[in-house]
Design a protein around this ligand. Sequence first.
Ligand code: RBZ
Ligand code: NIO
Length: 350
Amino acid sequence: MDKIEETIQKIGPLDQDAMKKAQARLDDLTKPQGSLGMLEAIAKQIAGITRTPIPDLPKKAAILMAGDHGIVKEGVAPFPQEVTSQMLFNFVNGGAAMSVLTRHENAKLYVVDVGVAQDLPDVPNIIKKKVAYGTRNMAEGPAMTRQEAVKAIEVGIEVAEMAINEGAGLTAIGEMGIGNTSPSSAIVAAYSKMPVREVVGRGTGVDDERLKIKISAIEKALSVNNPDPSDPLDVLSKVGGLEIAGLAGVILGCAANRVPVIIDGFISGAAALIAAQIAPLAKDYMLGSHLSEEPGHKVILDFLGIKPILIMNMRLGEGTGAALAMNLVDASLKILREMATFSEAGVSSK
Ligand SMILES: Cc1cc2ncn([C@H]3O[C@H](COP(=O)(O)O)[C@@H](O)[C@H]3O)c2cc1C
Ligand SMILES: O=C(O)c1cccnc1
């Protein structure tokens, strides 16, 4: 807990002076003021995060947390649980969507076992930080102990610090965990107070019959555990997941070290929601990426006041939307750095 407390204490507000300077430069560049819309907003936010009026963040990292879920016993997911660990090998062997997109974006991919149900062999590039062999079935009781949730958050903080120590100036988060759209839905329902059926989606593609089973399992989890939204660790431990906790930790670790963190889809969004409840200032360090097809994702983004920059009809997770957004974040910083001002270019301003 000390590690989390220490990390929260380090999170400060955005640097208003750097943002003011970035805004002044943006307004002086050869374009009508504000005409680059969100590209300008992103550049300004990153100036505030990094305390640098003209930031350059050449080194990128994506942190993918993996964990399993006891709720799969209820039949909430169409794929078998083994897919979680099988995909970890796919990530590090370069064949997963996230492997391709991080290569495309020139970002280093950190793959972390924070709670996969099987023991994994020692494989280069899988970071082994298992806190538990998956969560327990939240439809029957708490998914984790409070201590397990704390440990998983600490793993996230540690891995964020590792990536930052290796030079990462911009991070993206992603996850892998069969069944994890269910705890994410429970978290969103707990905070939004919306009925489960309105925030739940089909995840990897449940049919109508399984969707009913999924909704009632999540409803049961909420009524059995009665999570307290004023206590984010209570929500996280009772109806969350180890990888969700890990990602909340990554966000806190990035915010504490003034590194912008790009949020991916529905599950990463649920982690962002928890992180923002633990440390409200952490929200300022988050950048939106895409709008997932999962209906609850919009609820999360509205709740957090985050705008997505891409609508790609994606619903994969892994960090794929966040990886794609790195390109636009790069572009926004290039605009701030490389465009000419009116006087430099000899263009008349109004
Ligand atoms: C092959 C495969 C690759 C994936 N990559 C991400 N997910 C995504 O789907 C899972 C959540 O959906 P649900 O709650 O329906 O299980 C998570 O692992 C998420 O990362 C995948 C799922 C599968 C099957
Ligand atoms: O939006 C996501 O992150 C998502 C949606 C469906 C399945 N897995 C992930």
